[in-house]
Design a protein around this ligand. Structure first.
Ligand SMILES: NC(=O)c1ccc[n+]([C@@H]2O[C@H](COP(=O)([O-])OP(=O)(O)OC[C@H]3O[C@@H](n4cnc5c(N)ncnc54)[C@H](OP(=O)(O)O)[C@@H]3O)[C@@H](O)[C@H]2O)c1
Length: 285
């Protein structure tokens, strides 16, 4: 089975390559240099040449604050990039896996976690553009998965975007550090997400699914747990209100439950605490 993965240099894409590497799958994971999703011609050529059975579309403009500053680029990558792939796929008819975000749900719930039954009402340019990508996929394809995930972490220690290891490095030599307690979400290990994607593909599932590690945490609880698990001496304290001002009007509640996966008995994602423990153990061993 041939799988084309977009955003080949990204965190999720690298994990998918690790976890799908087996004789069962032939993988084509291309970074922007080989597959720029914004280029119609480039996308058409690559999709035609590889003729995949599955396309996993991870490429995106993921910097939420930068999206506020460059609205056009946000829609160009997150909407038009998706549109180019979907259009190129019409004749190929590969299963299309679109990676989305629980941030798309917006602000309708104060603290309760969102399920797939909630209507997304995104508040940021990033999440609005991701939702337009979702809508395009839904409108034009039948064989698709739209997977809304949470605060993804993972990768090697030296990955520039390794949130978990960066917090540990930041704690070294400090007596205390501060973290935001106003926003809640689901810290989600990229390896568990890749595993859930594999299950959904193997089970030939269709439609929209939340895919997060279970349980909700504030950023403060998340960072506190990271520092505890690394056994660093630094104390993590809740930051005073408004000390982490962001350009993007992000929702204070990005938390979700895998409601549909639970109903179907297909939820293979563990709690965020045990996933984090496993990941940190793998970094320090
Ligand atoms: N990380 C999270 O917390 C999180 C949460 C919810 C949902 N998601 C979704 O999960 C997916 C994967 O995220 P991630 O964490 O792996 O992000 P990531 O590490 O930032 O990877 C995204 C990749 O997309 C690439 N890209 C950007 N524009 C492109 C273009 N025009 N053509 C081809 N590639 C392009 C980037 O390439 P460059 O390196 O060249 O810029 C980057 O390698 C995304 O769809 C994201 O929206 C992520």
């Amino acid at each position: 089975m041939k799988i084309l993965i977009t955003g080949g240099n990204g965190m999720l894409s690298k994990q998918l390559v690790k976890d799908f590497s087996s004789h069962e799958y032939e993988l084509f994971a291309y970074g922007r240099d080989k597959l720029d999703v914004c280029s119609r011609e480039n996308v058409k050529d690559v999709v035609t040449q590889t003729s995949p059975d599955i396309i996993i579309h991870t490429a995106a403009f993921t910097n939420v604050d930068a999206c506020e500053k460059d609205v056009d680029l946000s829609y160009k990558i997150n909407l038009i990039g998706t549109q180019n792939l979907v259009e190129s796929n019409i004749d190929i008819n590969a299963k299309f896996v679109y990676i989305s975000s629980t941030g798309c749900y917006g602000t309708s719930k104060h603290k309760e976690a969102y399920s797939e039954l909630d209507v997304p009402e995104p508040t940021t340019v990033h999440h609005k553009s991701k939702l337009t990508g979702e809508e395009f996929v839904k409108a034009h394809l039948n064989d698709y998965l739209i997977l809304r995930t949470g605060w993804l972490y993972g990768g090697d220690k030296d990955d520039a975007k390794n949130f978990v290891y960066k917090r540990y490095l930041e704690s070294l030599g400090k007596e205390e550090m501060f973290s935001d307690q106003s926003q809640i979400g689901n810290p989600t290990y990229v390896g568990d997400f890749a595993n859930q994607i594999k299950t959904l593909i193997q089970e030939k599932c269709l439609g929209v699914f939340n895919c997060v590690n279970s349980g909700t945490a504030s950023r403060f609880e998340y960072v506190k747990k990271i520092i505890e698990l690394f056994e660093s001496d630094c104390r993590v304290l809740p930051a005073p209100p408004d000390s982490f001002k962001r350009l993007a009007p992000v929702s204070n509640n990005e938390s979700a439950i895998n409601y549909k996966l639970d109903l179907m008995g297909l939820n293979v994602m563990p709690s965020w605490e045990s996933a984090l423990q496993g990941y940190i153990n793998s970094l320090i061993k």
